[in-house]
Design a protein around this ligand. Sequence first.
Ligand code: ADP
Length: 502
Amino acid sequence: MNSPQYILALDLGTTGNRAILFDALGEVAAQAYKELNQYYPQPGWLEHDPNEIWQDTRTCMQQVLRNMGISASSIAAMGVTVQRETCLLWDKTTGEHLHKAIVWQDRRTAGMCRQLSRRSYEIQARTGLVLDAYFSATKLAWLLDWVKQERPETNLDNVLAGTIDTWILWNLTRGQVHATDHSNASRTMLMNLASRDWDSTLLDLFGIPVRMMPQIQPSLGEFGKTDPELLGAEVPIAAIFGDQQAALFAHGCDHPGMLKCTYGTGCFLISHTGHQVTRSQNQLLSTVAWTDATQAEAKSVNYALEGAMFTTGACIQWLRDGLKLIDSAPETEPLARQVADTDGVYFVPALSGLGAPHWDMSARGAFLGITGGVKREHMVRAVLEAIAYEVKEVVEAMNKDGDKPIELLKVDGGASQNDFLMQFQADALGIPVERPAVLDATAQGAAFGAGLAVGFWDDYATLVKNRKIGRTFEPGEGAAQIQENFATWVKAVERAKNWALV
Ligand code: ADP
């Protein structure tokens, strides 16, 4: 029998689920994708259907094998990377979820966070995270309360909790493995960042029994094997990452000072900070980058600082699906170029409150400065510019925390395809923006991790070196005007803060 020639990456994002086959050179050989339905039951709430995520994952895996004309025995290992913080409860005897998954952007537990505000310092010390509805802890507490109230017949001894990686792993292994990795666990607000285990004080605080929680394992390591009936043969699951951490890994950011920004549903600027926890003075999160069972103890744990901006690409999607101002996301680029500026319009992308560096759960989206001459093109351009301004704010926070200023921004993610946005970003920051040829850094990171963990590849540095740069955007003209506009945008942000009653 021939030796396996591929690594399969599952990239289970907020807007869609994807299976990608990577060949021995680390290049994309085939992929399959399905967009994911978004459910907005109330303003500020967002849910996903866990069955849809699992069914689409299965369909994409089977489709990608079919398209490539290969069988599961050609796959050396599988890596899984997922939208983080989104979580659910399910019954281990039936495999049924008890409620739809609550998505990371969902603000329904903002009131619970407000009530806990006296504990925020302690929570940050234990988890590295700012107390916010963004993380899984309050969402799991809400789900458990809901189950107790709405489905009192449920036997809680049969209930399992998990983020999307845990749910998918459980299904891939047909209920054999209930586990997560450190990078996803570090986003639940229930993991102690120093001990990297569930924090009993926080589990008590949120009323979550430890027996419901998955086992936490290294990101690169053995999680189990897929059920043989699923793909026709067992495939080892050898890496799990949160999506942002996977992209950091793909970019080769494995030592302090190296950083990347992913432009997806939200924007996430993450900087590797070494093998010890680093704390921010500027409202950035301390988090696990990844852990590696194949490395010596001293080098096995990697930490990061992160600036999370919740709704950036999501605002483009809202222009398409909510406002119906555009037919497709790429259309924003020619539209923005049709006008010289935004005609004085500023957009605040706070559709799910504001993350770094403001952390205001009650902020809401706003267009300001509208006058009678404003056209669709100006509004679209204002949304793109706002994304770049948000990233600029977080780069400034990162610069305040670091020893030396950031000199280059490595980017990836769906919205980084937008050349207008990338050029505007370089102009706004005054530093080059480097975009790789393959934008699926998230999936690439999961594939690299799995391939390295099983010895399909033996050198991380070579994999990273072989990644090609697609385009570098150098800062150009217009920087002075952008600085002036940025100051006005900051004013607009202040007006959108402290808005909704939570
Ligand atoms: P996620 O992993 O969060 O689901 P992706 O990296 O797949 O996100 O990127 C999808 C996001 O990128 C969507 O929110 C979409 O609106 C946005 N997007 C995709 N293409 C473009 C484009 N050309 N210009 C602006 N935004 C885009």
